[in-house]
Design a protein around this ligand. Structure first.
Ligand code: M7G
Length: 182
């Protein structure tokens, strides 16, 4: 007997090939809608910490593309965690906790607002983010941020920031403005 998830999820992979456009470097790997399907996939793929710098994994609800332009992402934003110089096994642990946070629908009422999650593997420091819809839904966004921080076991004094994609897209410096923090 397989254990169904509340949603169907798709895993995407991004590999930085400068000869192609950003969107053309994004590929869907596969979708799953059971707990068993998730583990079969997770156990089969390269761990995030072993990916080349410049690659991303994204896990999004089926039908939502892991890009700002998708109608569900457009009015939204992301809770961003900069992992900095985290050890490889901790990078993998943070990403697994993020995946379980997503598929486990830990946010109940706020679950509708959650679109997906991304890990950016970068030499300058890895990043993990939870992407949501409508950034104006403050209460829901804050609950998602608190829940996310909890599953990662981040210390209370470590603040994480939420940025709207519209700000990220048009940022001029290295950081977009922070709309919320928890
Ligand atoms: P990144 O990969 O999110 O972070 O963005 P990084 O700076 O740490 O590598 C790098 C660049 O990829 C952006 O400046 C955009 O040119 C492009 N890019 C990233 N995202 C998430 C998108 C997207 O959703 N849509 C489009 N069109 N380009 C994107």
């Amino acid at each position: 007997i397989k254990h169904p998830l509340q949603n169907k999820w798709a895993l995407w992979f991004f590999k930085n090939d400068k000869a192609k456009s950003w969107a053309d470097n994004l590929r869907i790997i596969t979708a799953f809608d059971t707990v068993e399907g998730f583990w079969a996939l997770f156990n089969h793929i390269q761990s995030a910490s072993k990916l080349q710098s410049g690659c991303d994994y994204s896990l999004f609800k089926d039908g939502i593309k892991p890009m700002w332009e998708d109608g569900k992402n457009k009015p939204g934003g992301r809770w961003l965690v900069n992992l900095g110089r985290t050890k490889p096994q901790d990078v993998d642990r943070f990403w697994l906790e993020s995946l379980l946070f997503l598929i486990g629908e830990s946010c109940d009422d706020e679950g509708e607002l959650v679109n997906g999650g991304v890990i950016n593997v970068r030499g300058k420091g890895n990043k993990i983010a939870i992407w949501t819809g409508n950034y104006k839904k403050e209460e829901g966004i804050l609950k998602i941020g608190k829940g996310f921080k909890e599953v990662l076991h981040l210390p209370a004094k470590t603040l994480i920031s939420y940025e709207a994609h519209a700000d990220t897209m048009s940022k001029t410096g290295s950081m977009a403005k922070s709309r919320y923090s928890v």
